[in-house]
Design a protein around this ligand. Structure first.
Ligand code: ATP
Ligand code: MG
Length: 455
């Protein structure tokens, strides 16, 4: 069932329920009140009549011609017959104290006997303090005329039914309007989702008005933003990978073709250079695989307890020859730190990537430093150099795969731009983070933050 239908049914149900409950209560109350009022009026009327009859008897000495009082308009009471009827339409008959009917609106009843004990409602007619007759109501429903009461209740009931019907009509209109207003944002959402499924990833929802839907819309837009970013990254990755693979493959096939055609000699040196190219390609493919594993958080780690200072010193030694050649000084600071539970192979790769970058960019006779520091539950490893620094506009992107600061740098003179992306992926796989600070002309500092309790 549609939500709008449900909403309308709900509103109508509520109105109906309210109508029934309040109508029932109102009806009950008014009938009770009505009966009480009519009863009191009739009682007063009966008492007054009994008094009049007593006076009449006192004056005339008998009840002869009593219909003057009982059957006629009673001007003395200030009410005409219509009014009397209106007050309950009760007529009375008269019996003597022994139960013989003295006067009755129906002449044939006169002289009949009634059992006075059975008649609960009777009004004594007194003369000089002595009961001489009884005034009895003709109507069985003396206390509240049923006829009038039913007229009254019918009219109340009719108003309630009409009122409820009108309320239901208004409720349906309101429900329609309300459901439209409530569901309009949902329609927007459905429309946006449809746009999305048709590939229009740039579609966004306008956030305004309703704060409840505002949150949903914001979440949707957020998701849309993420999705389109992912989609963009995916496209870029495919394009980048294709581009990165094409260059070495072109070189390889070019050399192989010229060897086939005899233009290039098949010498051990030529073969070695081709093999180098193949190794480079394999390295690139391996890097990409590692990176995608790390980004998908599926990188297998074989961890062990490691003394980081010693570990860094070992890694430094890998760059000894290169550093010596460039007259670069490499300093390590920070000792006696707690052991860290890490995957040595992956973390070595991280350090190699950072140190090889640093060594590439520091000038002749430069300085590369590794500082170890404890901070709360983390161990900070800072790798800094006094190289040229990184352009501020490049800084936010250097951890992106294939991002290279120097766009003109060819594959030969530098890397593929995967080093930092891999470093970031591996550090994050350890539950850590990596950040960079750089000042142009002064140097660059990378900070790896590893949790001490890497389980
Ligand atoms: P790869 O590491 O894959 O061989 P790469 O070194 O170009 O290639 P990254 O290590 O990811 O790629 O570095 C990305 C970019 O960040 C570099 O191209 C360079 O512009 C900049 N960069 C990284 N480290 C430094 C540094 N220590 N000093 C100055 N620039 C740096
Ligand atoms: Mg690098």
């Amino acid at each position: 069932m549609r939500w709008s239908t449900r909403l309308i049914l709900l509103v109508v149900g509520m109105v109906l329920l309210t109508g029934i409950i309040s109508g029932g209560l109102a009806l009950h109350n008014t009938t009770t009140q009505f009966n009480r009022y009519v009863g009191q009026a009739q009682e007063a009327q009966a008492l007054r009549l009994a008094e009049l009859l007593g006076e009449y008897y006192g004056e005339s000495g008998s009840f002869q011609g009593v219909e003057m009082i009982l059957g006629m308009p009673r001007g003395g009471m200030g009410r005409g017959p219509m009014m009397m009827r209106g007050m309950g339409g009760v007529s009375f008959y008269l019996s003597d104290t022994a139960g013989r009917v003295l006067w009755h609106p129906l002449a044939r009843e006169i002289g009949e006997r009634v059992s006075l004990e059975k008649e609960k409602v009777k009004y004594p007619v007194k003369n000089k303090g002595e009961t001489i007759a009884y005034l009895l109501p003709l109507d069985n429903n003396f206390w509240g005329s049923r006829n009038l009461e039913s007229q009254f209740t019918t009219s109340v009931l009719r108003s309630i039914v009409w009122g409820t019907a009108l309320s239901i009509f208004i409720a349906v209109l309101l429900g329609l309007g309300l459901s439209r207003a409530l569901l309009a944002p949902l329609q927007n959402l459905v429309g946006a989702a449809r746009e999305f499924s048709q590939g229009n990833l740039s579609h966004r929802l306008e956030i305004k008005g309703n704060p409840d839907f505002g949150e949903v819309f914001a979440a949707f837009n957020n998701m849309a933003e993420n999705l389109s970013r992912q989609e963009k990254l995916r496209r870029e990755l495919v394009a980048d990978v294709a581009h990165e693979l094409r260059t070495p493959l072109t070189i390889l096939s070019g050399h192989l073709e010229s060897m086939q055609e005899g233009i290039e000699e098949i010498t051990p040196e030529n073969i070695t250079s081709l093999h180098d190219e193949v190794l480079r390609l394999r390295g690139l493919v391996d890097d990409l695989q590692q990176l995608s594993l790390a980004e998908a958080k599926q990188l297998p780690l074989s961890k062990q307890e490691v003394d980081m200072a010693r570990f860094i010193r070992e890694t430094f030694s890998l760059f000894e020859a290169e550093a010596k050649e460039k007259e670069v000084e490499m300093i390590l600071r920070g000792e006696c730190l707690p052991l860290l539970n890490i995957d040595k192979g992956r973390m070595r790769q991280v350090l190699i990537n950072l140190l090889s970058n640093a060594l590439r960019y520091v000038p002749q006779g430069g300085l590369i430093r590794a500082d170890l520091k404890l901070e709360e539950n983390h161990l900070l490893v800072k790798i800094s150099d006094n190289g040229p620094g990184i352009e501020p506009e490049d800084l936010p992107y250097i951890f992106n795969r294939f991002y290279r600061g120097d766009k003109s740098r060819t594959r030969m003179s530098g890397g593929t731009g995967l080093g930092l992306a891999i470093a970031k992926g591996f550090v994050e796989a350890h539950g850590g983070s990596i950040s960079v600070e750089s000042v142009l002309g002064k140097g660059t500092e990378f900070t790896i933050r590893l949790p001490l309790t890497t389980g």
